[in-house]
Design a protein around this ligand. Structure first.
Ligand SMILES: Nc1nc2c(ncn2[C@@H]2O[C@H](COP(=O)(O)OP(=O)(O)OP(=O)(O)O)[C@@H](O)[C@H]2O)c(=O)[nH]1
Ligand SMILES: [Mg+2]
Length: 449
């Protein structure tokens, strides 16, 4: 682990705009000493005399002004960063907050870089690398499912799995080493077989985590749904109904939509990205033609397609659209159900009305079920971060090589495989990770975190 640095860092931890309160956070060996120079309670107490984690009211003496503020001291190691931390809560004006920051810098603190508080927490063993990334995912989350996935990372589910795997590798390696020191063949045979079994189990465990990646990526990126069909069947009306917003222009004129109209909404906390497209048909209109091409392209990248018609009959145009969908996950809809007298949903076709909302609930349920099928959504941990996926994939493949090599090769070679697996896992836990990777991760954090 890296050497603890004694720099005291400071940053504004809340968004810099006028609000009710702002928080300025300072962390490092001199944090309390610096705070002593600028903050005093009415009865004359200074931060070094405060009880830890007790919020105190007092006066902050900035260079240009004095301000009534709250101050709380966290003593190392019981703080976010693991160092002494002092936080000031002040009135949320931009100038006040900047003034407090400037005063602390003047008194010896240094402006933190983005993510530096969390990096310090990592350096002091407060969290593993993947935990810190989970925190960032939570902060940037756009749906409930994303928050849940981020929380799972932050609570250490992935790092625990990677730490356990690293320990198991060390254990297996040391057993193998001992057996190679004892040249009796039976011992070596038993140990090798035992190691092989353990490695196979470990491989399976990591593969199980990798299996959650498709669900994880779906949670992170949302499910892409394209609405396609011939002109005037009500695609844009459906988009508006699903979004609960009049986002797309709707008219009785065929060929209203030309550009792709996008919008996102959630079903059970999972984000769906909708794409409304131009009605697909043969046309001489130059602009509409471009729209039709765009629609055809978006079909290729969609996860699910809503194929919309407005009658049961299938026109030649419908057939053309249908041909584009054969290999895609899709839901067949007949819209304008409000105009129909007798209809019955069957497993294949869903009747809906964008105008009065009939069938929309069944549609969202079907979308959700379809998005989640073949995906491991339960069990908490889902991984979505490409960095984690790459690291686990490499760990798996090195363990696989070790299993293949164990019977026929020397200990040196197996050691190389197992070390490679260990380092790959280290990219998740933070053991053995290069400084560049660590810097790259924390630089993506916001300032003051
Ligand atoms: N009765 C009824 N009319 C609908 C329904 N949905 C759409 N419409 C009408 O159908 C016409 C076309 O609707 P749009 O949503 O613009 O259809 P579109 O498929 O986006 O059409 P293009 O963009 O031209 O391809 C409009 O007059 C809508 O009011 C519905 O559920 N019931
Ligand atoms: Mg339209």
């Amino acid at each position: 682990m890296m050497k603890n640095n004694t720099n005291t860092i400071v940053a504004i931890s809340t968004p810099l705009s006028s609000g009710a309160i702002s928080i300025v956070r300072m962390s490092g060996a001199n944090a309390v000493e610096i705070a002593d120079k600028v903050f005093k309670t009415k009865s004359g107490k200074i931060p070094s005399e405060f009880q830890a984690r007790m919020m105190m009211l007092g006066t902050f003496s900035a260079s240009e002004f004095s301000e009534q503020a709250m101050c709380v001291v966290f003593k190392a190691p019981n703080s976010y960063t693991g160092e002494d931390v002092v936080e000031f809560q002040c009135h949320g004006g931009v100038q006040i907050t900047k003034g407090i920051l400037a005063t602390l810098i003047k008194n010896g603190a240094r402006l933190a870089t983005p993510g530096e508080f969390t990096k310090q927490a990592f350096i002091n063993g407060k969290m593993a690398l993947s935990d810190a990334e989970g925190m960032m995912d939570m902060i940037n989350a756009q749906s409930d499912a994303e928050i849940r996935a981020g929380y799972n990372l932050l609570s250490g589910n992935l790092s625990k799995c990677a730490f356990d795997a690293q320990n198991e590798l060390v254990d297996i390696l040391s057993e193998l080493e001992v057996s190679f020191d004892y040249p009796e063949e039976t011992i070596e045979y038993i140990t090798k077989n035992n190691a092989k079994e353990r490695l196979k189990k470990l491989h399976q465990k990591i593969e199980d985590v990798l299996k959650t990646s498709s669900a994880g990526q779906m949670i992170k990126n949302g499910v892409n749904v394209a609405i396609v069909g011939k002109p005037n069947v009500g695609k844009s009306s459906l988009l508006n109904r699903l979004l609960g917003d009049e986002k797309a222009i709707v008219t009785p004129i065929a060929g209203t939509t030309r550009d792709i109209i996008e919008g996102s909404f959630s079903i059970n906390g999972l984000r769906f990205n909708l794409y409304d497209t131009a009605g697909i048909h043969e046309t001489d209109d130059q602009i509409e033609k471009i729209g039709v091409d765009k629609a055809k392209n978006i079909i290729k990248s969609a996860d699910i397609i809503l194929f919309v018609k407005d009658t049961k009959e299938e026109s030649d145009e419908d057939k053309k659209v249908k041909n584009l969908l054969e290999t895609h996950k899709h839901i067949k809809l007949i819209n304008k159900a409000d105009k129909l007298k007798n209809y019955k949903n069957n497993g294949d076709i869903l009747y809906v009305s964008a105008i009065n909302g009939t069938g929309i609930e069944s549609l969202t349920q079907k979308l959700y079920d379809m998005a989640c099928e073949d995906k491991q959504m339960e069990g908490g941990l889902t991984i979505a971060n490409q960095r984690h996926i790459d690291a686990l994939t490499r760990a798996c493949s090195s363990i696989h090589d070790a299993i293949d090599n164990i019977d026929n090769f020397t200990l040196d070679l197996i050691t190389i495989d197992l070390n490679m697996a260990y380092s790959a896992l280290g990219e998740i836990t933070g053991n053995t990770t290069s400084e560049e990777i660590i810097d790259a991760i924390f630089s993506k954090f916001c300032l003051g975190k």
